[in-house]
Design a protein around this ligand. Sequence first.
Ligand code: ADP
Length: 407
Amino acid sequence: MLKGIIIKMKVLIVNSGSSSIKYQMFDMENESVLAKGLVERIGLEGALITYQAAGQDKYILETEIPNHEIGIKFVVESLTDAQHGVIRSMDEINAVGHRAVHGGVIAESVLIDDRIKEEFEKLFSLAPLHNPPGLMGMNACEKLMPNIPQVAVFDTAFHQTMSPSAYTYALPKGICEKHKIRRYGFHGTSHKFVARRAAEITGLDLNNSKIVTCHLGNGASITAVKNGKSVDTSMGLTPLEGLVMGTRCGNIDPAIVPFLMEKENLNIDQINQLMNKKSGVFGVSGVSSDFRDLEAAIEEGNTDAQLAIDVYIHCAKKIIGAYAAVLNGVDILVFTAGLGENSGAIREKICENMDYLGINIDLEINKIRGEEKVVSTIDSSTKVVVVPTNEELMIARETKEVLESIS
Ligand code: ADP
């Protein structure tokens, strides 16, 4: 192995959306972020790129960005800029790590080649909002940086350790095989990152642990992690299943779908739109998908906002309870992502009346936001830990590992 190259490795992380590219440049010698930013409104009027080198002012360039390739070109130009840049030339980038949402049954991070891109493309119908722009990002980087290894890090990969009993839906076998219908799970990069970190913080051996990780952002999922491996997770074939979310309904009686389609005369797009964009706490409250707005509405006496939060909490409790049963106990309960990291009130309500499971929160310590902290009481047999997620760093680590494995 070429130790010198690996120690000095610099990795560019790319997260491509349909009209945006988030990026971060890491120096993996000390896992520091050299620069980061965002390309926005690709293909639209008012496109812009934001760029910020560590410890420097942010700068914004408004320019025409017709496609992802031009977007990536601006990213590389910013990183190598004589005044603001953090590398002298593109050659200093040892690898590019791509966030890839749906990897189907691909179980680990991989070097991107034509076969992987084909696999990824076959999954477009399962992740229509995420996989197509992901592929655009991969193609753009490949074109601009043909000699730099590209690595895909899939949101689904961490969950490939689930057993058939956890990932199989009770639908006719032939239909499931034909359409690759099964539980895949998402947010895997985040669940993996926070489970590891929580074990480190509490001094628990990850390889002999029962951890439940709650990723509560706009999208939200909970995972049961046994001995460092995902054994069950609340999202399914798509990110619609499981928890109540900002605008997604999560678990509902599946019979509601044909019922509503008939009664409201909805087509497939409309029912999808209803369940993905108009439901969740937004749908129940009629106020907002953002919990800060809901809390403000509750202050003003809005009972629908209160109900939305109550439904959310009830659902999260049920899934945690289910995973306590799946794992036969919980050593650590982890909270992460926008809501999990920042809302002491939501953590408190989820953990309320869970002393049967050995979960006891220290209400004072639990007031913290956005920092790593054990928030359970000393005598709580289940440790409750807040761990800010860092999917970009996890992608950078995985990218480095893939590169090391092929060096
Ligand atoms: P995404 O899934 O878009 O990455 P995030 O993980 O950034 O989402 O989470 C965004 C959500 O986190 C917001 O919609 C909001 O509900 C919640 N959130 C963020 N900060 C706070 C806060 N201080 N208090 C309550 N909720 C918060």
